[in-house]
Each structure stands twice: as structure tokens, then as C-alpha cells.
Design a protein. Structure first.
Length: 256
């Protein structure tokens, strides 16, 4: 196992040890609150309902709810569209905290029904929602990744998401100025897209520190039908270069 220096030349072997090197040394480590990777045996050994946090400091292990299947070769969990999701009760964020959330995923089906990829904090105002809606025939017509401040969203819409069945990296950063307001950025990177956009956002105030991945919030919505390989949460907004570095470290694993 080895790593060649240079932004465009990251390489790792496909063993658990190689994936661990990428997750715990090669990607950005500064500010990590949660660092879970389904391809690293120290993070998931192949059985049980705990996805173990690899970050240093306070362990914030995530719970695998209703037994999503695990692929140990590539390293991912397969979340169906019925009742499977991932959660943690204390992610380490509160109030108007700066943050970065990064997820490596492969969407099985972009359903017509509304779904939630990620919810940080409360499922109401002043929190973080990654919501998909207005899908038709498996073609993405609108994709919202947003903060909701109670009166309007800072939404990132019509983004060039990867087609169903393809791996991609989604990264969301927030750098607040004062009073919970600030700048939000969203990045989508995969084989055929390198997208980013910025939005000004009003007040943000997380009243709890829960995270839910792929869980529907009301009965009329759908669970998010996808594969999740890795999730990272930072207590600061990564720069564009840092987001790109994390992509370059991981992309070879997914054939990108």
C-alpha cells in the first residue's frame, strides 16, 4: 500500500488497510467530528449495528437502523427504500456552528416521492436538510440541499447529480459570520461533473445535535434508496481545495 504525492495522483490499495490509510491520514483530518467508512474494518467489521467513528477525540459512533446490508469488497451499506437509515444522537455541533458534511453515495433510485438524504439538527427551521423532490422517471428535475430558516430556504437546486447507479461525492459547507447567518456552499463531484455553488443564508440555530441519513421525516415521504460508503463531519468549513483533495483521495476506489 502506498500513496503518491500530488493532487491528481492519489492512489491506495483496495484492502481495508489501504482504505484506512485514506480515511485516517490522506483525507483532511483537521476539524473532524465524525469519520466513518464502511470499507475500513476498524469502522465496520462486518456485523452488528454500530458504525464506528475513526476520528480522534470523542467517539461519535453511528447506528445502523434495521440492518442495512454491507458490501465488504468495495465497502458500503445498501439502504433500501423501506425502513433502513443511519443516525447518531450527538454529532458535536450546536447553535450556529461552522461545519462541513461530506458523503460518498450511489443512489439506487431517484424516486418521484420526496426523500431526505441528510438531516442535521431538528427537522424544522434553522437546521440542515438535504432533500430530494420533484423527480420523474428516474431523471433529476430538482434537487434541494438546504438550510431552512423558517421563512425560506437557501436551496441548491437542479444540480448535476450522478445518474442512478453511479458513485458521487456530496459536500456541504457553512461558514457563519454572526447571529447564525453566513455563507453556505455545496459541491457535487463525480465522473461527469465538478459542480459548486454558494448561497447567503439567514439565521441558523441547531437546537439538537442529531444526524439522520436516509430517514424519511413524515409518513408521506420515502426512505432514501442508496448506497453509503463514507460520511465525514467537520467542525469548520473546508476550503474548495480541501474538498477537492478529499475527492481525489477517494475517487480511485469508486473507479472515478
Amino acid at each position: 500500500m502506498g500513496v503518491f504525492s500530488g493532487v491528481e495522483s492519489w492512489w491506495m490499495d483496495t484492502t481495508s488497510a489501504g482504505k484506512k490509510h485514506a480515511a485516517t491520514q490522506a483525507v483532511v483530518q483537521n476539524g473532524l467530528l465524525i469519520n466513518v467508512d464502511a470499507g475500513v474494518s476498524d469502522s465496520y467489521g462486518g456485523s452488528g449495528s454500530t458504525w464506528t467513528d475513526l476520528s480522534s477525540g470523542t467517539a461519535r459512533n453511528m447506528s445502523l437502523v434495521n440492518s442495512p446490508s454491507h458490501n465488504s469488497s468495495l465497502g458500503y451499506f445498501d439502504l433500501g427504500d423501506s425502513d433502513q437509515y443511519i443516525s447518531v444522537g450527538d454529532c458535536g455541533l450546536s447553535g450556529a456552528a461552522d461545519f462541513t458534511a461530506e458523503m460518498w453515495l450511489n443512489v439506487d433510485v431517484y424516486t418521484a416521492n420526496r426523500w431526505w438524504a441528510l438531516n442535521i439538527g431538528q427537522s424544522s427551521a434553522n437546521s440542515v436538510h438535504w432533500i430530494g423532490e420533484d423527480m420523474s422517471g428516474g431523471t433529476v428535475t430538482q434537487q434541494n440541499m438546504n438550510f431552512w430558516n423558517g421563512t425560506g430556504d437557501a436551496s441548491f437546486s437542479n444540480m448535476p447529480l450522478a445518474a442512478a447507479g453511479n458513485w458521487q461525492q456530496w459536500t456541504h459547507t457553512f461558514d457563519h459570520n454572526s447571529g447564525g447567518s453566513g455563507a453556505a456552499k455545496f459541491y457535487v463531484k463525480h465522473a461527469t461533473a465538478d459542480y459548486s455553488d454558494s448561497k447567503t443564508h439567514g439565521t441558523m440555530n441547531l437546537t439538537n445535535s442529531n444526524i439522520h441519513i436516509a430517514q424519511k421525516r413524515i409518513n408521506t415521504e420515502s426512505y432514501f434508496n442508496c448506497k453509503i460508503a463514507a460520511f465525514r463531519l467537520y467542525n469548520r468549513a473546508l476550503t474548495a481545495d480541501e474538498v477537492q483533495l478529499n475527492y481525489d483521495v477517494m475517487k480511485g476506489r469508486f473507479g472515478l
